[in-house]
Write a new protein. Structure first.
Ligand SMILES: NC(=O)c1ccc[n+]([C@@H]2O[C@H](COP(=O)([O-])OP(=O)(O)OC[C@H]3O[C@@H](n4cnc5c(N)ncnc54)[C@H](O)[C@@H]3O)[C@@H](O)[C@H]2O)c1
Length: 366
């Protein structure tokens, strides 16, 4: 992998967000020649996530909106990437339930602009560079809808999105396939399960529960906590994305998962155990699990996601390297040790319940 990355020029949209910032670090640490970020810095971006990257000579940051076609063209001309990783998105299902339109704008229109700019960039490349170019579209397993107790998402699972977020990502997937089919743009598409690890904005389940447990606040579990998600540590996801760019076939989709599907309640209980084991139980709390409260379920809450990553493993040799319990332990420590980063997030989000219904027909989510 290091050999494929050495000297490569890489553009990462959404690089100031959770997965993007981890991908930036992965590329820089593995010797990429140039790593540029295109990000407009919504509420979900945290400038501190790129603090280390900003000290590296190979790093560049471009503040721009992915919907803005002239800006995308200009940045592509400047960065001249071999690989584009497209992660910029509105990413939180609960916010998409409150305000769907920003999801359509960024996830659909933004992908269209970036595709158009990438196509023009690719068409102008000499043949040898054209062969190496890849547009890696980072999609989600949520485009497949919901599973019952059995079965797994695979690349040929029919698309059946059920939240505004999932629908906007599925629409962007269609555009990517269309650019590949119609114009020959070499793309690969990935559908990953639920990520966790450093730099994740604390509106998402794992960091929200960690921070609330550390603060001795109630731990709101949707419904009965029986909904199942397939969890992967973010660095394993980043490694998979790099493998897809280097070894994946153009025009192909890959589902990414670590074979780790478990009910939400089990995840929250394990976070509580880690907090207690580390001696971080909040003052006045006997054991962290006493803080768990069952709250009104998310509207249209998908029951189960589970992923069979056999194609990715077979074609690229990728294997997840991080065991769930150990990675969760490290994640709890990370949030406990990175207070300034947490405080930066708290400027735009105070941990309130999101996503019980439509709050505004338009408006901005940032
Ligand atoms: N988090 C997960 O578990 C998960 C799982 C599968 C797929 N994905 C996908 O991976 C990608 C990244 O997810 P994440 O969790 O890191 O998201 P995130 O919300 O943490 O970060 C998104 C980033 O995109 C930027 N952004 C948003 N709108 C933009 C715009 N119009 N122009 C430029 N930048 C913009 C934000 O500023 C932010 O830095 C998304 O496309 C998401 O759909 C996420």
């Amino acid at each position: 992998m290091t050999k494929d990355l050495e000297g490569s020029r890489i553009l990462i949209t959404g690089g100031a967000g959770f997965i993007g910032a981890n991908l930036v670090e992965a590329c820089l640490r593995r010797g990429a020649g140039r790593v540029a970020v295109l990000d407009c810095l919504t509420y979900a971006a945290n400038p501190l996530s790129l603090a280390w990257a900003r000290q590296q000579k190979a790093f560049a940051f471009h503040q721009a909106d992915v919907v803005d076609l002239p800006a995308c063209k200009k940045i592509l001309a400047e960065v001249h990437p071999d690989w584009v990783f497209h992660l910029a998105a509105e990413s939180h299902v609960d916010r998409s339930i409150e305000q769907p339109l920003p999801f359509v704008r960024t996830n659909v229109q933004g992908t269209a602009s970036l595709l158009q700019a990438s196509l023009l960039h690719w068409q102008a490349l000499p043949q040898s560079s054209q062969d190496r170019f890849r547009f890696v579209h980072v999609s989600t397993d949520e485009v497949f809808g919901s599973l019952e107790q059995d079965g797994y998402f695979r690349e040929d699972t029919p698309v059946a999105p059920r939240s505004p977020y999932a629908a906007s990502k599925a629409a962007s997937d269609h555009l990517v396939r269309a650019y590949g089919h119609t114009y020959g743009l070499p793309y690969s598409m990935t559908h990953c399960g639920n990520n966790f690890g450093p730099y994740q904005f604390p509106e998402k389940l794992i960091p929200l529960m960690i921070l609330r447990a550390l603060q001795g606040k109630s731990l709101p579990v949707y419904g009965q906590g029986i909904n199942i998600r397939d969890w992967i540590q973010v660095e394993d996801h980043c490694q998979a994305l790099l493998q897809v760019a280097a070894r994946g076939r153009a025009g192909q989709a890959y589902v990414i998962g670590a074979r780790n599907d478990r009910p939400n309640l089990e995840v929250v209980e394990e976070i509580c155990e880690v907090v207690d084991r580390l001696g971080l139980t909040a003052p006045g709390v006997r054991q962290s699990r006493d803080l768990i409260r069952f709250v009104e379920d998310r509207p249209g809450h998908d029951f189960r996601y589970a992923i069979d990553p056999a194609k990715l493993e077979r074609e690229t040799g990728w294997r997840p390297q991080r065991e769930f319990s150990q990675a969760l332990h490290e994640t709890v420590l990370w949030y406990q040790e990175n207070q300034p980063w947490v405080e930066e997030c708290e400027k735009s989000y105070a941990g309130q319940r999101l996503g019980l219904g439509l709050t505004s027909p338009g408006g901005k989510s940032s």
